[in-house]
Design a protein around this ligand. Sequence first.
Ligand code: CA2
Length: 151
Amino acid sequence: MASILLLNGPNLNLLGRREPEVYGSDTLADIERRCKDEAGRLGHQLICRQSNSEGGMVDWLQQQAPSAAYLVINPGAYGHTSIALRDALLGVALPFVEVHLSNVHAREEFRRSSMLTDIAVGCISGLGAQGYLLALQFIAEQLRGGGSDGP
Ligand code: CA2
């Protein structure tokens, strides 16, 4: 059994309460519960965190990464802007999958650029909350010893 981290960034605590047409109607608690269930079904432990602050995300990654095998991160808007988050991910050297609920390529131009995608193992965007579950299934396959569809 491995520990997998799930980190959600700024404003994702508002999920389910506003903009359901963009981000779906699940709350963050709903998503975290489904992800924990899925991780358990796959034989792993999932540790969840949401932070509205860049420093809070960096601190949590530095604390948790040494005992974790993989990370799923929805960096929220910091994915488009944060060199600090990029540096933290490079610094902890934890493989990660970047998830976005919405299709960032079908929205405003500024959402198309990412500070993280080129250092991620992969990125899922636009599949709603299912994106987190697909990321966990991919990670479980990687932890099992490779998988045929991975890098
Ligand atoms: O699609 C995603 O998951 C995003 O990471 C969400 C971020 C956005 O800045 C990224 O470009 C794409 C925004 C999260 C805001 O979440 C809210 C949820 C409900 C109501 C208002 C905001």
